[in-house]
Ligand binder design. Structure first.
Ligand code: MEV
Length: 440
């Protein structure tokens, strides 16, 4: 094994690139050129990106697409989506068009509460701890006032602080389970700062609390951190129309199609293997909007999948039924999103994505994002229960295959035309391209 590098973070960007290129790549000069070719032409903008993280070498592009014609609660949106997977934007756009002529998407924010916890150990009498926390409550609120003042002015702040006895899970384990309203901010910094202040206050108050009889360290704070599980920061998106209006361009009648859609959803409610893929399809839409709007997709992913497991079994996030001749298809997801703070003002593309969406509030962004998830799920299921996904997917994938093979614009045009009437597969495209290049 070679020696570890020392002081890498203090290298200049050029030194880091050179070191990585030489140490780990077969063609160092080509690596350097590649990394530099992805730098922004404007050095100030490149510096902005460099400073988002540490040890930046270059930028990593994702396509930014847009799915137009989303009627959400009677307002028309074009939804920006940052995603590398072909078919996702096309499927979202197709669903938007389909539902746009059937009343559009209806959404409802079911809550905006976020959660954070101070985790601690205590081995004494639980009633003494309970009395201590009650006595410390005014100090907890007062000593965090400097942090909460601005948020309160915007209508947010601390909503609840409760002691939770978790000894059944872990000996001596308690937590201060706290709820917050963070308005248009995702709120991670606000919540974590409040929690760390709570921890400091608790330790200080504990030292002088008479019930603890001067014990050296009656409680041991372990950590203070927000939770990405936000079941009370949740949104519902719904579409519905008479079953008869579901007639598809694939020739399936509305009733058969509705029955097959509902069965597909029921399978995802019953079987975790299918549920994971079903929900992945939903996340295709959700993540693309979350990334385009500069939100934390890891937080959203973790929270959404935990929510899908809330019954103890991993299940579908979407549901479907027929009620009085009306087909209903809906989705409920927890989404902690922000439209201020974080990257929202800093990243030019994020700023633009938010502008395209009409600079939404955080609850509006929850509605738009859930809609993208539902549209995506509808698109995937409607293909799966009719013609299958490969036909459309491989059509979209055709360009990727052609690019991978270095096809010229003329070759692309000819082959796109050819594959309008032929089945796309990697080998069929390669074969056809070969034939085009060597007609003999
Ligand atoms: C592919 O990215 C997503 C799907 O697999 C979703 C699904 O199966 O429902 C098509």
């Amino acid at each position: 094994m070679t020696d570890p590098v020392q002081g890498f973070s203090r290298f200049t960007k050029e030194e880091k690139i050179r070191w990585i290129a030489r140490r780990y790549t077969a063609r160092p000069e080509a690596t350097e050129d590649l990394l530099q070719s992805y730098w922004h032409a404007d050095p100030a903008l490149q510096q902005l990106h460099d400073e988002f993280i540490e040890n930046t070498l270059s930028n990593f592009y994702l396509p930014l697409g847009v799915a137009p014609n989303f009627n959400i609660n009677g307002k028309l949106y074009a939804i920006p989506m940052a995603i590398e997977e072909s078919s996702v934007v096309a499927a979202a756009s197709k669903s938007a068009k389909f539902w746009g002529s059937r009343g559009g998407f209806k959404t409802q924010v079911l809550g905006t509460r976020k959660v954070g916890q101070v985790h601690f150990r205590y081995n004494g009498d639980p009633n003494t701890l309970k009395a201590f926390i009650e006595s410390a409550m005014p100090a907890l609120m007062q000593e965090s006032e400097g942090l909460t003042r601005n948020m309160e002015r915007r209508g947010g702040g601390i909503h609840a602080i409760a002691l939770r006895d978790k000894r059944q899970e872990l000996p001596g384990y308690y937590q201060l389970h706290c709820e917050f309203e963070t308005r248009d901010a995702m709120g991670a910094n606000f919540i974590n700062s409040c929690l760390e202040q709570f921890a400091t206050t608790l330790e200080k108050e504990a030292r002088t609390y008479p019930g603890f009889k001067g014990e050296e360290a009656p409680l041991e704070i372990l950590m203070s951190i927000l939770s990405n599980y936000v079941p009370d920061c949740r949104v519902r998106a719904t579409v519905s129309c008479p079953v008869a209006d579901l007639g598809q361009d694939n020739g399936m009648d509305g009733e058969t199609f509705a029955r097959r859609m509902i069965q597909a959803v029921k399978i995802a409610e019953a079987d975790p293997f299918r549920a994971v893929t079903h929900n992945k399809g939903i996340m295709n839409g959700i993540d693309a909007v979350v990334i385009a709007t500069g939100n934390d997709f890891r937080a959203v992913e973790a929270g959404v999948h935990a929510y899908a497991c809330r019954s103890g079994k991993y299940r579908s996030l979407s549901h479907a039924d027929i009620s009085e001749g009306e087909f209903r298809f809906w989705l409920e997801v927890p989404l902690a999103l922000g439209t201020v703070g974080g990257l929202t003002k800093l990243h030019p593309m994020v700023r633009l994505a938010l502008e395209i969406l009409g600079n939404p509030t955080a609850p509006e962004l929850m509605e738009i994002t859930a809609t993208a998830g539902l549209a995506q799920n509808y698109g995937a299921l409607s293909s799966l229960v009719t013609v299958g996904i490969q036909r459309g997917h491989m059509k979209m994938h055709l360009l990727n295959i052609l690019n991978e093979q270095g096809a010229s614009p003329e070759e692309k045009d000819l082959l796109i035309d050819y594959f309008k009437t032929h089945t796309v597969s990697h080998s069929a495209v390669t074969e056809r391209l070969k034939k085009l290049r060597n007609p003999g």
